[in-house]
Design a protein around this ligand. Structure first.
Ligand SMILES: [Zn+2]
Length: 137
């Protein structure tokens, strides 16, 4: 995936009630590789993030975590999915979410939150992604 971050136009999306609680759905048809949304929030170190806690911490590396708790961060509504239709790209310390495949208007968006997050926050309640097989044990 090669996004040109100078020219990014966010996709139309909607927050909706889904099986896993609130989720984000596409409000337009999207092609493979389209930019969807940026995950925005306060930048902090892993240490600060750990002290703060919360469900919306997005770790880029040891020195940089984005706390996306703020309501303005619509991307936080995107749920984990074990068969994701979106993927994450880190560029210039920013988090961009783009599509992995064609997505029809009304389809829920999802990306893989990663093994660590899955084990810590998703597995204990059971993954609600709706797929038969899940990515992590
Ligand atoms: Zn799953």
């Amino acid at each position: 995936m090669k996004l040109n971050i100078q020219k990014l136009q966010p996709a139309k999306v909607k927050v909706k009630k889904t099986k896993a609680g609130l989720g984000l759905v596409a409000d337009q048809d999207l092609n493979k590789g389209d930019f969807v949304i940026e995950y925005v929030g306060k930048a902090m170190t892993e240490k600060e993030a750990f002290a703060r806690g919360g469900m919306y911490l997005f770790e880029i590396n040891k020195n940089l975590t984005i706390d996306g708790t703020n309501r303005k961060n619509t991307a936080r509504y995107i749920n984990h999915n074990c068969k994701p239709n979106c993927e994450v790209e880190i560029k210039q310390k920013r988090i961009f979410i783009s599509t992995k495949k064609k997505i029809a208007k009304g389809e829920e968006l999802g990306y893989d939150y990663g093994k660590d997050f899955y084990k810590e926050h998703i597995k204990p309640q059971g993954c609600k992604c709706g797929n038969e097989k899940h990515l992590y044990k």
